[in-house]
Design a protein around this ligand. Structure first.
Ligand code: G4F
Length: 359
């Protein structure tokens, strides 16, 4: 541990350590070992991307630190299920991206080499219901992290989780790094602001700060509020006799869906370059919600038309009808490409939900 650094342990070490038991830290992380390991700080480590990224960075030999909300510490079963299997290998702090002092304090203590800012209110639909908190969390949260890095650890490389939702109402398909933004939701607007803040900190203060413009990315760890997981969970429930219908909104919307496990690798590659630049990460394929539904039901031998109910209340006030990304720059400069195709992704998610619900 560094001089003056408060104890940092994984979740189950956090509480006793906070009460003053410091010796175990010294034994486990001797000064020599600590110096050799690169340090990564992840906001939103308990989310889908955070969990895959933490696993990936641990494999790369990083020491991984994460900030999680206090409520997650108090109720780990519900909040930390995605990182349960690596809790003994990572170090967690309680904190909120809305609190500048907490972020500053943690970044100053850890002095990370890399910071991945993933935490956000990321559900587009909810951003129409509470645009104030979405804008507040997403914009001020990003500003807080950027500012804390600038003040406390300016050599730290910063990754911002931007989004294809920034493109919104597109006139050019596929979208790349030069496509103009036209966000259609408070969430999309908040991500444009975060993107511009990241660029400004890079240009004004010389931070190594980049944005990954990630298109939709899914996995068996996806939250249940997003359409892919809502579908695969319902398909598994219906197949197992635990549900009778699936209520959905707009089936015509098209998205470029990739696998989260692939996308976190691109985040790391962006920070490993000589120059800080922004990148589009996508699969270059677009599929409709209807196609996703059909493949998922087909996989369990059911006809989707017998179970799907269209619910107009699930339509959004302003929809993004088509997103499809051109990841040529990432392929050329990062050597990155997606490994999981659309149908494989749908099957992977249905299988995981069937397995979970059959236990
Ligand atoms: O799964 P979704 O909620 O994802 P959305 O809005 O595309 O946003 C996701 O991807 C973004 C990247 O572009 C991220 F930045 C963002 O944080 C998030 O991860 O909805 C996908 C589509 C929409 O067009 C929606 O209208 O599915 C349509 N849809 C139809 N019925 C539904 C439903 N979406 C949800 N969540 N629930 C439905 O019942």
């Amino acid at each position: 541990m560094e001089p003056g650094e408060k104890p940092i342990g994984h979740l189950y070490r956090y509480l006793p350590v906070a009460q003053g038991k410091r010796d175990t830290d010294k034994k486990e992380f001797g000064p020599l070992k600590e110096k050799k390991m690169k340090k990564a700080f992840i906001t939103g480590i308990d989310g889908q991307d955070g969990s895959y990224l933490a696993e990936f960075l641990l494999e790369k030999g990083y020491k991984v630190y994460g900030m999680i909300r206090r409520v997650a510490i108090e109720d780990p079963e519900h909040h930390l299920w995605r990182i349960r299997h690596i809790l003994d290998k990572i170090s967690l702090f309680p904190g909120s991206i809305e609190s500048y002092p907490t972020i500053y304090k943690n970044i100053q203590k850890i002095k990370p080499d890399e910071c991945y800012h993933l935490a956000a209110q990321s559900f587009v639909s909810y951003s129409f219901e509470d645009e104030f908190s979405t804008l507040n969390i997403n914009i001020n949260g990003t500003l807080n992290v950027l500012s804390a890095i600038k003040e406390a650890s300016p050599k730290c490389r910063f990754y911002f989780a931007a989004s294809s939702e920034m493109f919104g109402k597109v006139r050019h398909t596929p979208q790349n790094e030069l496509t103009p933004f036209y966000p259609r939701s408070p969430y999309g607007i908040s991500k444009v602001a975060g993107f511009e803040l990241t660029r400004n900190y890079r240009e004004a203060y010389g931070l190594f700060a980049v944005s990954g413009i990630l298109f939709n990315h899914e996995s068996p760890r996806r939250g249940f509020e997003f359409v892919t997981r809502k579908i695969t969970n319902a398909v598994a429930e219906i197949k197992l006799g635990q549900a009778e219908e699936l209520r959905l909104g707009n089936l015509d919307a098209k998205r470029d869906w990739g696998f989260s496990g692939d996308y976190v690798k691109a985040m790391w590659l962006m920070l490993a370059q000589d120059k800080p630049e922004d990148y589009v990460i996508a699969t270059a394929e677009a599929h409709s919600v209807r196609e996703f539904v059909k493949i998922a039901f087909d996989y369990v031998g059911l006809n989707w038309k017998d179970y799907v109910v269209i619910d107009k209340t699930l339509y959004r006030p302003a929809e993004v009808s088509l997103l499809m990304g051109d990841y040529a720059k990432a392929r050329k400069k990062l050597g990155w490409k997606p490994t999981v195709k659309f149908e494989e992704l749908v099957r992977m998610m249905v299988e995981a939900d069937l397995e979970r619900l059959s236990r």
